[in-house]
Design a protein around this ligand. Structure first.
Ligand code: KIV
Ligand code: ZN
Length: 388
């Protein structure tokens, strides 16, 4: 296969793994609206759903397959014929269909989920890939709970499913268990030990139970993975999945990684808000990239620094993620520079002596309030100071 080794494919699973979260369920038309925005964002793959799970999910995959042109449309299955039959049917109209099938790879799952043996599970994985291959060319295999699986067995499984026809192999850290160096080493182990590894793309799919999903995804990419599975706002089961916007901005910010995606990050802020509203899942204020405070400065030292030169306290230009400008929030921790900045914005230009006086009065008000807004400033200046 000819692939640029530095190009990272972005696989979005907001509409499948993200949508599994209680309360986040979407209608088919909401899913289409989000999928069209994901297409504009430039994702390579949209995981549209798990068609066997419900008639509604089946229909969503059908409608998304009709509506989406550029990205691959992917449908999830377990490793059994019925799931695969249903997924294949749901993908009938997809221009670029992919079936994502798989089975547990850790001894934990093999014993306590399937009550089976490594040999049997491996065979079931291979059979599922061969069966799915009868319907579509592009087959992704997931080795569930690979994060806790034995590396030698995992390598055996990966080699066998590639030989059976898998074009992409997903190595999920299903329970968000791994440390970044463990997950990175796991990917490297596979790159070094799977003989036919160059015939498939290795994909990383990390959960955030220990807050390490993004770090683990990057560790996987640094060790040879070429597809990253993510969701908008990092939504997903339990503590969530890897956040798409974080991965894309890490690749963009750290050019020394020498990896790139074709994501147009200017859509992030709007898409984040849309997903949050439709899925009824608020974005935490301090969420990297898209949180309300991601480009807000409120302490005097930071405000002074950012007003002197934005990059003193911002490693990302807010415009690059669709935010017009950074915010200088006035609080009791703000300094004269920030106060002057806002007063000038409102048309007041003060001499130093006047500014000192206004600043003292500002602090008295600010100590009583969480944030000082324009109305508060106007009231503060209603002592007769001329506006320019
Ligand atoms: O986390 C996981 O293992 C998954 C698979 C079904 C791909 O979501
Ligand atoms: Zn998952």
């Amino acid at each position: 296969m000819l692939h640029d080794p530095n190009r990272i494919y972005i696989f979005d699973t907001t509409l499948r793994d993200g949508e599994q979260v209680p309360g986040c369920q979407l209608t088919t038309s909401e899913k289409i609206e989000i999928a069209l925005r994901l297409e504009a964002l430039g994702v390579d793959v949209i995981e549209a759903g798990f068609p066997v799970s419900s008639p509604g999910d089946f229909q969503s995959v059908v409608e998304l397959s009709k509506a989406i042109t550029e990205p691959i449309i992917c449908a999830l299955t377990r490793a059994n014929k019925n799931d695969i039959d249903v997924a294949a049917k749901s993908l009938k109209y997809a221009k670029r269909p992919r079936i994502h099938t798989g089975i547990g790879a850790s001894d934990m799952h093999i014993k306590y989920k399937f009550n089976s043996t490594r040999e049997d599970i491996l065979q079931r994985g291979v059979d599922a890939v061969k069966y799915a291959k009868k319907f579509v060319e592009d087959i992704e295999f997931y080795a569930e709970d690979a994060g806790r699986a034995d590396n030698a067995f995992l390598a055996q499984m990966v080699e066998a499913v590639i030989a059976a026809g898998a074009t992409v192999v997903n190595i999920p850290d299903t329970n968000g268990y791994c440390l970044p160096d463990q997950y990175g080493s796991k990917i490297k182990y596979l790159m070094d030990h799977v003989k036919n590894i160059d015939q498939a793309i290795i994909s990383v799919h990390c959960h955030n139970d220990l807050g390490l999903a993004t770090a683990n995804t990057i560790a996987g990419i640094q060790n040879g993975a070429r597809q990253a599975e993510c969701t908008i706002n990092g939504i997903g089961e339990r503590a969530g999945n890897t956040s798409l916007e974080e991965v894309a901005m890490i690749l963009k910010t750290h050019q020394t990684l020498n990896k790139y995606s074709k994501i147009n990050s200017k859509h992030f802020y709007e898409l984040s808000g849309m997903v949050s509203r439709m899925m009824r899942m608020p974005v935490q204020a301090n969420k990297a990239i898209v949180g309300k405070n991601a480009f807000a400065h409120s302490s005097g030292i930071h405000q002074d620094g950012v007003l002197k030169h934005r990059e003193n306290y911002e490693i990302i230009n807010p415009e690059d993620v669709g935010i017009d400008q950074s915010a200088i929030i006035l609080t009791a921790r703000s300094g004269r520079h920030a106060l002057k900045h806002h007063l000038e914005r409102l048309g007041y230009v003060l001499e130093k002596i006047n500014l000192d006086d206004v600043y003292e009065r500002f602090l008295l008000v600010a100590d009583q309030k969480k944030e000082i807004k324009d109305d508060d400033l106007l009231a503060l200046m209603s002592d007769g100071t001329e506006r320019n």
